[in-house]
Design a protein. Structure first.
Length: 403
């Protein structure tokens, strides 16, 4: 019991303990477990599945067949390996790498580089030259910070950007986009849908089949045409026109005129004369700001108003209403019911069939007749008379007669 060792063996399962080294080991067939306190190490192995730990170096390792896991405290490295799929990390260099078959991922903090590769699909990034590149079969993406160049390519679909020459180009079969800062020209083409920009002439053109859009800064004109539906805009004269079949809209800044035509329904605004006109079939609406004329006509139902002479007239079939400020005359006729008023002579007259009402300011006479019931008033003679059939009331101030 000097070494305080304990050992036990029954067939091949053996167990041993040693107090001096404070080591314990156990083995059953090939499954062995051992512990050592001096180096504070623990190891275990069953077949090839082995696990070991060492506190001094703070190493942890595990291996099952070819799948190994290891960790080291000195360099703070972590690595894992199963078949060809390996992962490793090191804190000093801050390197991370992972590989499964040909798909590899690596990271380096010193160079600040990141690289990833799966078969031919590779992604690389480096901070030193600040370059990013990615390739998937023929699909390649690359970025460079020094030249600030970006390029992307998939078969014939290529995109490239270069800051030095400030050129941008993209090509998808015949759909090409290109931009060049020197000439400041931008060109894009998708089959027949083409867009082009040129800084010298400052012209932008877009064409899609027959639908073409074009902008020119020299003449400051914008034009768009699809079939017969055309839109054009000009900055110099500030003309805007749009046309689809017969529905046309046009605007002109010089004359400040706006016109809309839809079949026979036309709407037009002119700021010079400040007139607004609209016509659909025979239903016409017109408005003039200078004379402040408003007129509307649909068939025989017409409305017109003029601020200058201040006449107001309305006619629907035979029902007419008219107003004139100059002579201050108001007349209304609804079938046979007519009402008229004149401010000059201050005459008011109303007639509905046989029911008549009349007023005259000059001789201050009021006459009203409802069938045979008549009422009349005259201020000059100060005469009041009322007659309803035989029931009559009359007053005369001059002769002071009351009957």
């Amino acid at each position: 019991m000097e070494s305080a060792a304990l050992s036990w063996d029954r067939k091949s399962p053996a167990q041993s303990w040693d107090k001096e080294s404070e080591a314990m080991s156990w083995d059953r067939e090939s499954a062995a477990l051992s512990w050592d306190r001096e180096c504070a190490a623990l190891s275990w192995d069953r077949e090839r599945a082995a696990i070991s730990s060492d506190r001094n170096s703070a190493d942890l390792s595990w291996d099952r067949e070819s799948a190994t896991l290891s960790r080291g405290r000195d360099c703070v490295a972590l690595s894992w390996y199963r078949e060809s799929a390996t992962m490793s990390w090191n804190r000093e260099t801050a390197i991370l790498s992972w590989d499964r078959e040909s798909a590899a991922l690596s990271w380096d903090r010193e160079r600040a580089a990141l690289s990833w590769d799966r078969k031919s699909a590779a992604l690389n990034w480096g901070r030193e030259f600040e370059a990013l590149s990615w390739d998937m079969e023929s699909v390649a993406l690359s970025w460079d910070m020094e030249r600030a160049a970006l390029s992307w390519h998939r078969q014939s679909e290529a995109l490239s950007l270069d800051r030095e020459v400030a050129a941008l180009s993209c090509d998808r079969e015949s759909e090409a986009l290109s931009w060049d800062r020197d000439s400041a020209s931008l060109i894009w083409d998708s089959e027949s849908a083409a867009q082009s920009w040129d800084r010298e002439s400052e012209a932008l053109c877009l064409g899609k089949e027959s639908a073409a859009l074009r902008w020119d800064r020299e003449s400051e004109a914008l034009c768009w045409d699809r079939d017969c539906a055309a839109l054009s805009w000009d900055m110099e004269s500030v003309d805007l026109s749009w046309h689809r079949e017969s529905a046309a809209v046009s605007w002109d800044r010089e004359s400040e005129a706006l016109c809309l035509g839809k079949e026979s329904a036309a709407l037009r605004w002119d700021r010079d004369s400040e007139a607004l006109c609209w016509d659909r079939d025979c239903a016409a609406l017109s408005w003039d700001m200078e004379s402040v004329d408003l007129s509307w006509h649909r068939e025989s139902a017409a409305v017109s108003w003029d601020r200058a002479s201040a006449p107001l007239s309305w006619d629907r079939e035979s029902a007419a209403l008219s107003w004139d400020r100059e002579c201050a005359a108001l007349s209304r006729d609804m079938e046979s019911a007519a009402l008229s008023r004149d401010m000059e002579s201050a005459a008011l007259s109303g007639d509905s069939e046989s029911t008549a009402l009349s007023w005259d300011r000059e001789n201050a006479a009021l006459n009203w007749d409802m069938e045979s019931a008549a009422l009349s008033w005259d201020r000059k003679s100060v005469a009041l008379s009322w007659d309803r059939q035989i029931e009559a009331l009359s007053w005369d101030w001059v002769g002071v007669v009351l009957s």
